[in-house]
Design a protein around this ligand. Sequence first.
Ligand SMILES: *Cc1c(COP(=O)(O)O)cnc(C)c1O
Length: 419
Amino acid sequence: MDSKTLYAKAQTLMPGGVNSPLRACRYVNAEPVFIDRAKGARMWDVEGREYIDYVLSWGPMILGHQDPAVSEAAHRAVDHGSSFGAPCYGEIALAEEISKLIPSMEMMRMVSSGTEATMSALRLARGYTGRSKLIKFIGNYHGHNDAFLAAAGSAAATVPGTPGVPEEIVRHTLLAQYNDLDAVRAHFEASGDEIACVIVEPMAGNMGLVLPVDGFLQGLRDLCTEYGALLIFDEVITGFRLAPGGAQERFGITPDLTTLGKIIGGGFPVGCYGGSREIMGHMAPVGGVFQAGTLSGNPVAMAAGLATLKRLQECDYAALEARSLALARELTAIMESKGQSVYLATMASAFTMYFSDRPVTNMIESGKSDSGAYAAYWQQMLAQGIYLAPAGFECAFTSFAHTDEDFEKTLEAARKVRF
Ligand SMILES: *Cc1c(COP(=O)(O)O)cnc(C)c1O
């Protein structure tokens, strides 16, 4: 069956035909293609068309699809049984590896998604401090837990970002624009003894890629320490992408709690949160903060995650960063030669090319980029076999499996785009 037929059928069974909204491709005025298989940096749809993949399952597949070591580890684990609901060796092996790479995570808890990781970290921060409020940044995404689904008419007024979230819940969510340290300081000065935590994407990746300005993360660290609040780095994207030790290694700032997901599962559903022994000691069954999971520490996911982290330590991050930067710069030059204004934001193996004539440091500026131009670019790239995120406010990701030939084909396709 072709994608069109499958999409029609899917829409009778799932809202919008999808299990996660962005996949429906509405932001780019298109319909999704249905993927049949993927290997390395390539994917093939149900009609056999080949794509070079810059979505990489929204981040996890940093080694490319079907990395042989990861696939082998997962197959071996399946042969031992796919779930026990009891402790297993794989959990220790993965936790030990994570702790070695991210030393601030002395202890951790495995869960099954990034959403679960941030939701649980928030509960722990509240349980640990005995406070209810949190500060989050507009345009940062921390999964779909109620407390994080708040948008603002202004930075002062907190309103639910979606029907179904009670106002009483997001009342505890204080908002600030990304990179606005003064707004964070004002929240602390107004209600410092009620704030349990600040949660932040240390490099924002869900409003397009937005870098923290100099002093922003250090400022958050200092304010949290001063007011006794916990600093949570949501490293679900940045973990093992910005560096083997994540954003905290790259920027040299140590949070109190870290949340992980995406890459640590090697393509399987895994999330994780952790921090010091002292703070993690407040989790049940040692402490009073409750959190549990039937499939937590799943042996297949643990094996795939461990194999991924081991492989990544043999990978040359600096080389991939240099190649990604060259690709992104050349794409930008091509778009500019067609009369488009482009602002390029990039770090490590991620970049966003904003169709905008001004720098992007927060959600307001990200929102001003030209979504029509992105849709035109996206549709014509897809038609030429280049698979990009179906929304302009996402990152393009590269993997260790992308070859120079993949990048050259991508540039060739970009040269043919018309606006
Ligand atoms: C993807 C993402 C999440 C949510 O992870 P899921 O596995 O989709 O629940 C949380 N935080 C950040 C920064 C993310 O990019």
